[in-house]
Write a protein that binds this ligand. Structure first.
Ligand SMILES: Cc1cc2nc3c(=O)[nH]c(=O)nc-3n(C[C@H](O)[C@H](O)[C@H](O)COP(=O)(O)OP(=O)(O)OC[C@H]3O[C@@H](n4cnc5c(N)ncnc54)[C@H](O)[C@@H]3O)c2cc1C
Length: 299
């Protein structure tokens, strides 16, 4: 017999956790319930967070965007503020699962699952997302890059939840890019993914760059060395090739049912080589030096 509680406020949540300290929480259940069904997880008492309105919604406060952790991915995607200011996240969400999955799955669940293939993670890494962690005792903040320790491992302590994701609007970057390679075009986990933010001057010289790869290591990978090697260079096949050569040492993928480690390593490099193609005008980006955001329309 399993008991399920559905609190409607954080007070109710803390009360329930007080009565059942070993209860496990879930939000959309698209990872949690699958693991329960496959007997990869055991829980006699579970708390469903889908009615906690306090942890839902997207708000812009000056140059910060706050995303409630229990907001579904469909909801995040519909928000004009997300599409306008952080299209790199919108594109990643569009590529995650299917509309049915996105209607249930939450952004907080994607983060707390801490899968190396979690599609919202590379964009949130390059956006330097800061997480708000909530417990009955209060609130603490932690950078996303410090929150995820490894596959399925986070800095969450007992009876804490992720309540909110804070992202500063990246004013300085014109190009937001996300590409994912999976076994199929849709409804598939990433074999490798790349999220990027780029600032180019009117001659195509890279003035700023942030890159993060998913699914090619135990956590999302970023490389200061790669970013340094690109800064000040013309965005070209040559400069990207040089950066790929500098960067491959950071990739430490695994062999699994989706792909071999070698294949993932190759894809991770190719995703970067392909940046030059994606930043061409016919890729759907609006290339104007004074345009703050460019977004591919065809994904
Ligand atoms: C068919 C299918 C396709 C999928 N495709 C993709 C894909 O393409 N890309 C991808 O990245 N993922 C994919 N997923 C995985 C999944 O949908 C996502 O990871 C999703 O975002 C999880 O969110 P959720 O709300 O359902 O999490 P849940 O299943 O509710 O929870 C997942 C974990 O996070 C914890 N948790 C959830 N919310 C919180 C919180 N606020 N605070 C503390 N802990 C919390 C739970 O305890 C649990 O351990 C897929 C899943 C399915 C079933």
């Amino acid at each position: 017999m399993r008991e399920v509680f559905v609190p409607k406020s954080s007070t109710e949540l803390w009360d329930m956790w007080g009565s059942y300290p070993n209860a496990q929480v879930y939000a959309g259940g698209t990872d949690f319930l699958v693991q329960l069904r496959n007997r990869k997880r055991d829980a006699s008492v579970i708390i469903c967070m889908e009615r906690l309105e306090a942890f839902k919604g997207v708000q812009q406060q000056q140059n910060m965007i706050r995303i409630g952790a229990c907001t579904t991915l469909s909801h995040v995607l519909k928000e004009p503020v997300i599409r306008k200011h952080i299209p790199v996240l919108a594109t990643a969400i569009r590529r995650l699962g299917s509309p049915l999955i996105r209607n249930m799955a939450t952004i907080g669940g994607n983060i707390c699952t801490a899968s190396p293939a979690g599609d919202t993670l590379p964009p949130l890494y390059i956006l330097d997302a800061v997480l708000e962690i909530c417990s009955e005792q209060g609130i603490r903040h932690i950078a996303l890059k410090d929150f995820i320790h490894g596959p399925g491992q986070t800095a969450l302590m007992k009876n804490e939840i992720l309540s909110c994701i804070n992202v500063k609007i990246p004013q300085e970057y014109q190009i937001h890019h996300f590409e994912k390679v999976g076994k199929r075009k849709a409804m598939t986990c990433s074999v490798a993914s790349l999220a990027g933010l780029l600032k180019l001057d009117h001659k195509g010289v890279i003035k700023g760059v942030r890159l993060a790869w998913g699914a090619v290591g135990p956590r999302v990978l970023m490389s200061e060395k790669v970013e340094r090697s690109l800064k000040g260079m013309q965005l070209s096949a040559e400069s990207l090739e040089n950066a790929v050569q500098q960067g491959t040492e950071i990739f430490s993928p695994i062999d699994d049912i989706r792909a071999s480690a070698d294949y993932r390593r190759k894809i991770a490099g190719n995703l970067m080589r392909r940046l030059v193609r994606h930043v061409q005008p016919d890729a759907g980006y609006q290339i104007r030096p004074d345009t703050r955001i460019r977004q591919p329309e065809n994904i």
